[in-house]
Design a protein around this ligand. Structure first.
Ligand code: ZN
Length: 275
């Protein structure tokens, strides 16, 4: 029996070959990374070189016309780890690639508590505000990843508003420029969280649900596809072409086939492996 990753890649490959045969309207796929360790620097560089060769790369908040011939891709990073500055940024600068980095402002300059049990992020440190302010503003857009990196849907309205408004104010104070993008910790949200984010002044709210964003698409929510330097190039290529946008539905079907009947309930929600 194929591993879960093998299952996903196989179905994505089938989707991708089918989609290439059919005319389709252009779409934008927003990718998100977390850490890029020294060990995986080369693999990351190969992924970025692949995007540069094959795709039209835009910023995550891009709203203009999309490329009709090549995949449209945006690159984002959650958690603002120092390893991204050290091992990813030089590659991104070399290829002139715009990126968005989402900052949990309550953890700047520190190793976050939530990463300690995570095999990908162990030992990672969030950049300090001074380090963030020193990143090149022409390529790096900074967004909020809340203050404390909590599950926002579990908080009261007042606490959600505080997390969203305070992180935004901290970043705007440190950078001296407006901040209007938000990424949801753990991809966790409900209708209330999105409404409060809009009320606080966010233009786009990025989730962890893979999605192909169509041109002229409405609404503040933008789905993203999780990527990692440890993804092999074939899987990474499929993800960048939007082939994983089928995943929430396919994972649900697979769960039902595996006898997980709670996946049939209306409240069942796609759960991402990463945060
Ligand atoms: Zn995070």
């Amino acid at each position: 029996m194929a591993s879960d990753g093998g299952f996903k890649t196989a179905v994505a490959a089938a989707w991708d070959s089918g989609a290439r045969l059919l005319p389709r309207s252009p779409a934008l796929t927003v990718l998100y990374f977390h850490a890029v360790t020294a060990e995986h620097g080369r693999a990351f560089e190969a992924q970025i070189a692949y995007l540069k060769r094959t795709s039209s790369i835009v910023s995550a908040a891009y709203e203009g016309p999309l490329d009709t011939l090549r995949p449209n891709v945006a690159v984002t990073f959650d958690d603002a780890f120092r390893s991204v500055r050290d091992h990813a940024l030089p590659v991104l600068i070399e290829h002139n690639i715009p990126v968005t980095v989402f900052v949990p402002t309550g953890w700047t300059g520190r190793e976050p508590a939530w990463s300690r049990h995570d095999k990908w992020d162990g030992g990672e440190v969030v950049m300090s505000l001074a380090e963030l302010a020193a990143l090149p503003p022409n390529l790096v857009t900074l967004g909020s990843h809340s203050v404390d990196h909590l599950h926002l849907s579990r908080l009261t309205d007042e606490a959600i508003e505080d997390q969203l408004a305070r992180s935004r104010a901290t970043l705007e104070g440190a950078l001296g420029r407006p901040v209007d993008l938000l990424s949801l910790p753990y991809g966790d949200y409900d209708k209330r969280v999105v409404e409060l984010a809009v009320r606080v002044g966010y233009r786009f709210v990025f989730s962890d649900r893979p999605q192909m964003l169509r041109q002229g698409g409405k609404g503040p929510l933008r789905g993203r596809t999780a990527v990692d330097p440890t993804d092999d190039l074939r899987t990474f290529a499929l993800k960048s072409r939007g082939a994983f946008a089928w995943m929430p539905a396919a994972v649900r079907v697979k769960a039902v086939l595996n006898g997980e009947l709670q996946a049939l309930s209306p409240g069942w929600r796609w759960q991402q492996r990463y945060h």
